[in-house]
Design a protein around this ligand. Structure first.
Ligand code: GLA
Length: 387
């Protein structure tokens, strides 16, 4: 018997670098993803290959400890999933043999790696006739993926598993919760690659982890100061700080106690948390322009305060807006990868034409490939089917 797992990539609409700080995010699962075609084998072994020459075939035993392959090796995502399940006490007595394909561009900030992690976990669970509740699996895979060395939050794995066609997902953390939010008729999402790879397992990883560390440090310093000065904030977490409501007061306070870099990181996190709540409301109200404005503010904050944008991402955002997009921003961790633009039925073609002519043509000498720029549809989550 053979099986196919499909696991979508995601485009984060707003709420960037908030997940590992315990604040909500608002992504969509998209109609592109990773596919694993496999059959079950009686030995506890994983054997996978890919038609792409970039991805060498590999095999490993489903026995602890599962060692990491060389840095950047794609098998590490499958090893991470296997290790996560085994460490959770899941008995994996049978293995899988199969082929991985996909149409989500890799190293683009669209979570191809988390899709592979989730797909591997679903394949192994199916091979062993086991299931786990989706929320538990999402949280488990978020922890498991840290095996590759990125101190990621839980957005990507949750979006991949919980996608709902036609809906964005409000994902909240500690504990993980997912609420689908209907995307209004006629809202269109254009995804455009900056043509700069954002490798989760390489350069971007160190910059990402540095941001995570700075956020923890900023929180600790604000918390210590708040304790001393007895202000009204619930300072033990970012969520507590934001829920107090008085953001301006909080930022005035933080500016006094934090070094400038830490203050800027802090300001991004707390204002982005606020923007997610406002964006969810704008989506529920069908207010395209309010949502678009919030995306632009998010991009500016990621560019200036969080310092994860690049000149190419900034250019994509500017060009999309000039061509009539309601808003645009970098999506995913940044340091390269993609931008996402919010359009309506009337502007989507114009925005794509403008990006093709003004961003891609000068760089590529021709139009972008279909996986460099596309309109993404909010889609369903990962699943396994019999073939
Ligand atoms: C990466 C991580 C996510 C999230 C984003 C930034 O995609 O895997 O957990 O932190 O970056 O929002």
């Amino acid at each position: 018997m053979s099986w196919r797992v499909t696991a979508p990539g995601r485009v984060n609409l707003i709420g960037e670098h908030t997940d590992y700080n315990g604040l909500p995010v608002l992504p969509i699962a998209i109609d592109r993803g990773i596919r694993v075609d496999f059959r079950v084998v009686d030995d506890p072994v994983v054997r996978l290959d890919s038609p792409s020459s970039h991805f060498a075939p590999f095999a490993f035993q489903l026995k602890r400890p599962i060692e990491a392959a060389a840095r950047g090796d794609w098998s590490n995502y499958v090893r991470a999933a296997s290790r996560g399940l085994l460490e959770h006490g899941v008995r994996l007595e049978r293995g899988i043999k199969g082929t991985v394909t996909g149409d989500v561009p890799i190293a683009s900030g669209l979570s191809s790696s988390s899709a592979l992690v989730v797909a591997s976990a679903l394949a192994l669970l199916k091979a062993n006739e086991l299931t786990l509740p989706l929320l538990r699996l999402a949280a488990l895979m978020a922890r498991a993926e840290r095996f590759v060395g990125l101190e990621g939050g839980g957005m990507d794995q949750a979006a991949c598993l919980h996608g709902v066609a036609g809906h964005a997902l409000r994902i909240a953390f500690d504990p993980l919760r997912v609420k689908p939010v209907r995307v209004p008729e006629g809202w269109r999402w254009v995804v455009a690659s900056s043509l700069v790879r954002a490798e989760k397992s390489a350069r971007a990883r160190d910059a990402y982890n540095e941001r995570a560390r700075q956020c923890r440090e900023a929180l600790e310093e604000v918390r210590d100061a708040v304790g001393v000065e007895r202000t009204p904030y619930q300072a033990s977490s970012y969520r507590g700080l934001v829920s107090a409501g008085d953001l301006d007061g909080l930022l005035r306070h933080a500016r006094r106690v934090l070094a400038p870099v830490l203050f800027r990181r802090f300001r991004h996190v707390v204002t982005e948390g606020r923007r997610v709540a406002l964006a969810e409301q704008a989506m529920s109200d069908g207010d395209l322009h309010r949502f678009g404005d919030l995306m632009v503010q998010s991009h500016e904050s990621l560019r200036d305060d969080y310092e994860v944008s690049t000149p190419e991402l900034d250019e994509l955002v500017t060009l999309a807006r000039e061509a009539g997009a309601a808003g645009a921003r970098l999506t995913g961790a940044g340091f390269g990868g993609c931008a996402v633009a919010l359009c309506d039925d009337g502007t989507v073609a114009r925005v794509m034409e403008a990006l093709a002519a003004r961003f891609y043509e000068p760089r590529l000498g021709g139009p972008p490939r279909g996986d460099m720029m596309f309109a993404a549809k909010p889609s369903g989550g990962a699943g396994v089917q019999e073939m």
